[in-house]
Design a protein around this ligand. Sequence first.
Ligand SMILES: Cc1cc2nc3c(=O)[nH]c(=O)nc-3n(C[C@H](O)[C@H](O)[C@H](O)COP(=O)(O)OP(=O)(O)OC[C@H]3O[C@@H](n4cnc5c(N)ncnc54)[C@H](O)[C@@H]3O)c2cc1C
Length: 406
Amino acid sequence: MQVAVIGAGAAGCFCAAEIRRRLPYAGVTVFEAGPKALAKVAVTGGGRCNLTNTFEGVSRLEEAYPRGAAVVKNAFKALSPEQTFQWWENAGVPLTVQPDGCVFPESQDAMQVVRTLERLMRQNGVQLLCGHRVTRINQDLTLEVQGLPEPFKADAVLLAVGGLKEEALRALLPPQVSVTSTVPSLFTLKIQDPGLNALMGTVAKDARLELAGSGISAQGILLVTDWGISGPATLKLSSYAARELARTACKGEIIINWLNSSPQEVRDWMHRTASLQGKKQLSGCRPDGFTERLWEHTLRRAGADRTRKWAETGKEELRRIENALLRDRYPIDGRVRFKEEFVTCGGVSLQSINPRTLESKDIPGLYFSGEVLDIDAITGGFNLQAAWSTGYMAAADICGKLARFV
Ligand SMILES: Cc1cc2nc3c(=O)[nH]c(=O)nc-3n(C[C@H](O)[C@H](O)[C@H](O)COP(=O)(O)OP(=O)(O)OC[C@H]3O[C@@H](n4cnc5c(N)ncnc54)[C@H](O)[C@@H]3O)c2cc1C
């Protein structure tokens, strides 16, 4: 009985180790194109590996998983984030939780995660073949593999090759498996505006970003950089609007609500300031959390006279200030990689798999896990959690099926 796992990444290695733990008599071979296993996991989280999240700040799974939340929900029934936490601690990797809910190894070392999975695969007798790229999966579950003289015949195949480009994925898969187009997600936005760029280093603690004309918005910490905008709110927006941004080659317009507030809240604040601190100049009273630089920039954007007294500021000028605070528009001039951390939106269509087993509807015995699926998440450990849970879910079904043949 042979199981072939294609891709020694997070999902593939987790699944391989789990299959052999459950079915020690099954042969499990992992084919990896690169020179070593888990190369990407080694660099996750800036080398610290943000391997899951407490999900405490997530009220709906769609917030964390803009694509694939329904399948992730099923996968969490197989292995929930809490069970994942326990799984890693049981495997000898004590974990620590940050105040923002991100979970890391206590050692703050991604290599501990890599070495643990490698050890489990070795102990469980998984055969790992690095430098063996799979070039084709045939309908009869034979694989064409670089470096092997003959096709490799498997009883079950797990495809866990991560975020491949659409053409590469189509070339690998039998034609029955449908693939949705792939585009990047999780990047920062380039904005060429000297006034904004001069605010480099400014942090808005709670901002809301909207991609103009799309109705798509994201809220959180906004960081102004010398090239544009970054920080959690920007990364979230790049994820939520990945397809829209790809369609326009990142040439849309961004609307910044610097306070994540409503017009009424801002009007109330301006009204209070004018009546309680009316003798002060506009530049002398700013919203809570605003730096002097950001406030001066806002007044310039509003075309307001910074020396005018609050009590003497007319309706029109106040309206312009409100606009600059809540609807500050900038043209987007492209995207920038965030610490090399891209994930892929798109991949194997969720319509072509059984959402409870991750098996292909058309090719029995062919399974999918991890980023190769049309599942991706915002930053915070959610992408790796999807890899662990979908890897585990596929392992459970593969083992259930193979056990029946014994
Ligand atoms: C720099 C960076 C940092 C990140 N940090 C985090 C983080 O801290 N937390 C988080 O949750 N997510 C993070 N992510 C995202 C996360 O790493 C991925 O979502 C996750 O690794 C996906 O796992 P996977 O197993 O599906 O794919 P991968 O880990 O990408 O593994 C796929 C493997 O398949 C191999 N392969 C590809 N094609 C073939 C082929 N034809 N034949 C054989 N092998 C093949 C590849 O070489 C690779 O080893 C980060 C991503 C990057 C790029």
